[in-house]
Ligand binder design. Structure first.
Ligand code: FAD
Ligand code: DLZ
Ligand code: SF4
Length: 508
């Protein structure tokens, strides 16, 4: 009997588990553009267009490879607009009783498949280097989960940048060389830009019509939407940006949104590129002497370390993870995150480039938008919804542990051993934002004091009971306690004033 093989919009690899199980002659692949997936958050229009266009290209590649594909386009009259509805419709149409899926990257979708009145098998997702079982057996019995130790195991497992049993260059991590602020006059090529073909252009018109009010600019659209284009983007990154990736990884420039970052996460997260092939491409150019070790190692760590580690945590922690709120933060997300006015130049730039590109690099996400939300005590569920909506690479398995865990400390310290917070001086050191800001980064209180400065100390004081015993925070509490009492009072009053302004929806 015909079986249905489900391929979701972020599972676009010919090697994906469900396809491995499938019979090219007897089974039918089901793919569907549905409102349910396009609206569970108000995705950036570029993200919807990217996913739909990549799905259409992938369906074509599958048909070319001899598969039968039942594809539902968004505007098709019979579209039931949910994944479950489309599986049931195809099951009835084809007389099928069985579905083979690859386990989705979000608990919501896993539960929906479990609830279907059909026989559904969810195969483990094979697009990661570490299986979920492997991750959980590594995590078992450990008091603390630290990415660095997981990463070392992954280096040994993959053999990437290994010299026998030892790490290449004698050290596992070269981050000390990776903290250079960028200078605006450096020449940078920028990420690969691809012209939309007919398939992508048709999707852009559809998205323009169907999602006119979503936050974000749809055009210009220069992303790859198929495997060949994604490989081109990988080659472009490796040749033009990777050599400097390490050194400038944490830098931010207001007129250069990407710097030496890869902009490969959309392709990795939708299956157009595989993590191991990307790392092997990076290792190859390092071995050819074209790329320094700090860049190759730094990049590979992000993929086999952070990416795999966070995915393991998302699934290990279960469906309740996105609801965690360890610090009991409950303030509303400021309208500035949706493009309304702000006097903070760093926030204005991070949000503007997010609106234009559906992209901000890691330090902008962590140390500007994330840092501010955490210091200001924004409800982590609202922060999570925002990150899941606005970024082209946002799928819950990776977005949630980054937001709830790493950025907002809402999981109470599973991902991060201490909160990622800073005053304005970190942003000033790593960027050119502060010179053009309404606020003075050197001031801690007063009308024009940088809000990050007062909120930083305000946060530490508010959460003193939780963090005072943390050895990694002893130094900052010591610094705070040594300040003059009047200074501390002025700073806390300035923090109160910023929070009151946020509560009154005033421009900050
Ligand atoms: P580069 O900086 O060039 O890094 C190379 C690759 O390493 C990335 O493509 C990505 O696959 C991987 N990587 C790097 N850091 C991480 C990380 N922390 N977690 C997982 N993978 C990582 N990444 C997502 O893929 N999807 C998300 O929804 C997402 N949400 C985030 C939310 C917050 C609050 C924060 C702080 C980070 C988030 N990240 C997310 C991680 C990181 O910011 C992006 O992976 C990165 O910016 C993607 O751009 P790039 O390809 O240019 O990355
Ligand atoms: C993100 C997304 C969007 C916008 N649309 C679809 C869609 O119409 N059909 C589909 O199969 N997948 C889509 N996706 C990706 C899913 O939301 C994703 O598979 C789940 O969130 C699990 O990661
Ligand atoms: Fe951001 Fe403060 Fe610098 Fe302004 S002064 S750009 S608010 S860090």
């Amino acid at each position: 009997m015909t079986r249905l093989i489900l391929i979701l919009g972020d599972q676009l690899s010919q090697d994906v588990a469900a396809l491995r199980e499938a019979d090219r002659d007897g089974d039918v692949i089901v793919m569907a553009e549905v409102r349910g997936e396009a609206t569970y958050v108000a995705h950036h229009p570029k993200k919807i267009a990217f996913v739909f266009a990549a799905m259409r290209h992938f369906a074509k590649d599958l048909r070319d490879a001899g598969w039968t594909v039942a594809y539902t386009a968004y505007d098709e009259a019979e579209n039931s607009h949910t994944i479950s509805g489309e599986l049931l419709r195809r099951a009835e149409e084809l007389g099928a009783r069985e579905v083979i899926a690859t386990r989705p990257g979000e608990w919501r979708v896993i539960a929906a498949l479990d609830d279907l009145p059909l026989k559904v098998t969810q195969q483990p997702d094979n697009r990661f280097i570490c299986s979920q079982e492997g991750f959980e057996s590594w995590a078992k019995d450990r008091k603390e989960l630290r990415m660095e130790y997981f990463y070392r195991q992954m280096r040994r497992k993959t053999g990437l940048l290994m010299d026998g049993d030892a790490p290449e260059g004698g050290k596992w991590n070269f981050d000390k060389q990776n903290r250079k602020p960028a200078s605006p006059d450096l020449f940078r090529k920028g990420p690969a830009e691809l012209e939309p073909d007919d398939i992508t252009s048709a999707v852009l018109d559809l998205v323009e019509q169907e999602f006119p009010d979503n936050f974000g600019r749809l055009r210009p659209f220069a992303l790859a939407t198929n495997r060949a284009g994604a490989v081109q983007a990988l080659d472009h990154f490796v040749e033009h940006a990777l050599p400097e990736f390490g050194a400038y990884q944490d830098a931010m420039l207001q007129d250069d949104p990407v710097l030496y970052h890869a902009l490969l996460s959309p392709y990795l997260n939708t299956g157009l590129l595989a993590p191991l092939e990307v790392c092997e491409a990076v290792e190859r150019v390092y071995k050819d002497g074209k790329v320094p070790l700090n860049s190759a190692e730094g990049f590979i760590r992000q993929i086999i370390g952070w990416r795999e580690f966070l995915r393991g945590i998302y699934f290990m922690e279960g469906p309740g993870y996105t609801g965690r709120n360890a610090l009991k933060h409950d303030r509303k997300l400021p309208a500035a995150y949706w493009g309304d006015e702000t006097r903070m130049n760093c926030l204005a730039h991070a949000v503007a480039q997010t609106r234009d590109l559906a992209y901000a690099h890691h330090i902008q996400r962590l140390m500007v938008t994330g840092n501010f939300a955490l210091l200001a005590g924004i409800d982590p569920a609202e922060v999570h919804d925002w990150y899941l909506s606005v970024y082209i690479d946002a799928f819950e398995w990776v977005e949630a542990p980054n937001t709830i865990g790493m950025s907002q400390f809402a999981d109470g310290g599973i991902v991060a051993s201490k909160p990622y917070i800073s005053s304005g001086s970190y942003i000033d050191r790593m960027s050119d934002y502060c010179g053009n800001c309404h606020y003075a980064v050197t001031e801690r209180h007063g009308e024009t004091a940088c809000p990050f400065n007062s909120l930083y100390w305000h946060f530490l004081e508010r959460h003193r009971d939780r963090f005072k015993e943390n050895p990694r925070m002893a130094l900052v509490y010591g610094n705070w306690d040594r300040m003059q009492r009047e200074d501390r009072e002025d700073i806390l009053a300035a923090g109160d004033a910023v929070l009151a302004a946020l509560d009154a929806a005033e421009v900050v």
